[in-house]
Design a protein around this ligand. Sequence first.
Ligand code: SF4
Length: 367
Amino acid sequence: MARSEILKGSDEGEIFERVFAGHSSINSFQASLINWFELEGESYPWRETTDPYPILVSELMLQQTQISTVLGKGYFRRWLEQFPTWEALAEAEELDLLKAWEGLGYYNRARNLQKTARVILNEYNGTFPREHDQILALPGVGPYTAGAVLSFAFNQRAPIVDGNVTRVLARLFGINEAVDSSAVIRFFWKSAEAMTPDSKVREYNSAIMELGQRVCIRSSPKCGECPVNGHCVALREGTVDTIPMKKKRAKTVLREEFVGIGVKNGRIFLTTEEGSRRLGLWRLPELTADQADDLAELFRFDYAITKYKVCLRCFVLSPALIGDLDAPGQGDWYSLQALDSLPPMGSPYLKVIRKYQNLHDELNLSS
Ligand code: SF4
């Protein structure tokens, strides 16, 4: 079946044909997008290589994180300096992995990269596989990441649909319903499959993602600069500002979390996290509300995680509670003079420690 026929004869086919009446229309869309990208596309380190290793690292880092953080804060560069090859990554200590990922959150991404490195070495003799199903079977790799690696590393024809592409397709086709419904997601993948060219796939996939990042942005998209504005249904129908629509989000849940700051001889007490998702990470000791009631609150701040808005309240531990921390198996003491040497931990706790240290320095407290 020809690619432009994939959606034919269905409601989806009609929606598709509002934008693309035939092959020549798809060809002109592809050509406009690729041409724009070749003239104006950004240069990122992972676009300067066809090595699947740094490409996969960048894709996993960027799954939940902005490019400005991954590049601007040096995560991508440091990771490749510390673990330059599959071998180096496969042999790394988990503590070092988590430390290199510290601040990016969703630490399973780092663990999955290491599991993938071990699969590549043990099952593929060190050579990254090229088959879609093999790549899809790697730890932490979903359809988007598989398509990204296939197209960016091997220039193989593979559709990709991420958040940016979803926004572009929703407006392009004028989809006036929730883009996170399974029917719409399926339509986007089928459409992406039909729209992806046979050649210059690397450029095309980079282009459609970048269009979503820089031009077809969430608020006030720059339709005047858009290379495919002649195809866009939302622009034609004046619905750009209301698309994409999403299903109603779960309500934000407010929570309070109490943590204790226990400092002795310039060292702070840390304990290990519980639960499989946070295994290997460290944290400040948690207090119950009753314990916190008897202590002095030093400061508090809010942070958000999934559907929770957490008020993190920080208390100075009493000498008696600090004494209890020395019981075996509770945790360990770490120097406040060497914050870079602290074990890996979630950003909120690191922020508490930095804040405490600044306060301590300002007030010239002794501990
Ligand atoms: S014309 Fe505007 S809304 Fe349509 S794809 Fe381009 S930037 Fe997005």
